[in-house]
Ligand binder design. Structure first.
Ligand code: ATP
Ligand code: MG
Length: 225
């Protein structure tokens, strides 16, 4: 019988690099280095499993619409997409960072809000930002950007930004300070809902293997726990 192919959508860079060890622990190696190849479809050592390389923000779309059976995407990206059509069975605990509100040093954003001023917030993460401020009863002017958010307060485009932060180095370099923690972020495994039913014989063992790879990774992080 023909085994249906399984397609895993990854994005180049951090998600790809940090997913590789999890795949390796699950017995899967990707046969080509994306940095040394222009190919967007990469074969793996597991028969019938291939990796496709797409933009990070496109991963949930590929999985939701069946262009891929599986995908790895940051929680930020998943929430912004909405996640309809995808199961999210595993927190992979990779590409960890957090979402934060940051303002120029010395700017009292809460005083501005108390004074009834509508602060302007620049971000690529429109849903998360609206939701965060709405929950606090704060009205904001939201400015959608596609990158380099930290430039917005420095040029007078916005009072504040909402962005992902890991070391905080980019904020410091631009004299911005974090004033609120919005949410913790890590990458999750996404699964197309129809695929999980139709290809469960192929998908379940792979998902289980990745789950044990994560567990042994976190045991190594917290020995004795
Ligand atoms: P692009 O850079 O192509 O515009 P992107 O910024 O969404 O897209 P990446 O920079 O590869 O893509 O980030 C992928 C995911 O990694 C993000 O969705 C986020 O969850 C996480 N991430 C982003 N920045 C960091 C960081 N500095 N440290 C750790 N994880 C991060
Ligand atoms: Mg990026």
């Amino acid at each position: 019988m023909n085994v249906p192919p399984i397609t895993l959508a990854l994005s180049k860079g951090r998600i790809f690099e940090e997913t590789l060890p999890l795949l390796a622990a699950a017995g899967v190696r990707v046969r080509e280095e994306p940095e040394h190849s222009r190919r967007l479809i990469l074969p793996t050592t597991r028969e019938g499993l291939r990796v496709v390389l797409v933009r990070a923000t496109d991963v949930p779309t590929y999985v939701a619409c069946g262009g891929a059976d599986l995908g790895v995407a940051g929680l930020d990206t998943i929430i912004e997409h909405g996640g309809a059509g995808c199961y999210r069975p595993l927190d992979l605990r990779i590409a960890r960072c957090h979402m934060a509100v940051a303002v120029p040093e010395g700017f009292d954003w809460q005083a501005a809000a108390r004074a009834g001023r509508r602060i302007s917030v620049a971000t690529k993460f429109v849903r998360i930002t609206r939701e965060f401020f709405a929950r606090r009863g704060m009205y904001i002017n939201l400015i959608k950007l596609y990158g380099s958010m930290e430039l917005a307060p420095l040029t007078g485009l916005a009072d504040a930004i909402v962005d992902v932060v890991s070391s905080g180095q980019t904020l410091r370099a631009n004299r911005l300070v974090e004033v609120a923690h919005v949410m913790d972020i890590s990458a999750h495994l996404l699964v197309n809902q129809a695929s999980l039913k139709l290809k469960s014989a192929e998908l379940r063992p792979l998902i289980d293997a990745i789950a044990s790879a994560i567990r042994s990774g976190s045991d190594a992080e917290n020995p004795g726990v």
